[in-house]
Design a protein around this ligand. Structure first.
Ligand code: HEC
Length: 102
């Protein structure tokens, strides 16, 4: 019986982890408005309200755009750069791409 509980717990934990880590446009929207990414109380939306200053990003490759996001986190927000494969970065990326859709 004890073993069964352990298995149920492991499956549940795996699910929670996968769910929490899934990149999504909605998460990107939230992160864009969140000062938590940096250490100076600013969010992306503080400097790019409504996508201001991001009108040209359609010209960037996926890799370049991910780097730009990280540069702003490091330089403008004084935060730790995100892993290029982090779901947070992927979510912001998805959100920015949704902004620049014609
Ligand atoms: C303190 C202000 C500030 C904050 C906060 C900030 N940025 Fe920026 N960002 C800038 C400035 C300044 C530039 C460079 C000038 C420009 O192109 O508008 C820039 C450029 C960019 C670019 C490249 C745009 C281009 O056309 O070259 C992207 C993409 C970008 N920021 C995304 C973000 C994201 C995503 C966040 C939040 C994680 C963020 N920025 C937070 C000020 C800021």
């Amino acid at each position: 019986m004890k073993k069964l509980w352990l298995v149920a717990f492991a499956v549940g934990a795996a699910f929670t982890a996968a769910w929490g880590a899934a990149p999504s446009l909605e998460l990107g929207r939230q992160l864009f408005a969140s000062p938590e990414l940096g250490s100076v109380g600013k969010s992306c939306a503080t400097c790019h309200p409504g996508g201001k200053g991001l009108e040209e990003i359609a010209a960037y490759s996926d890799g370049e755009l991910r780097e730009m996001i990280n540069f702003c986190i490091r330089d403008a927000m004084k935060g730790p750069m995100l892993d290029l494969k982090a779901p947070e970065l992927e979510s912001i990326f998805l959100y920015l791409r949704s902004l620049s859709r014609p």
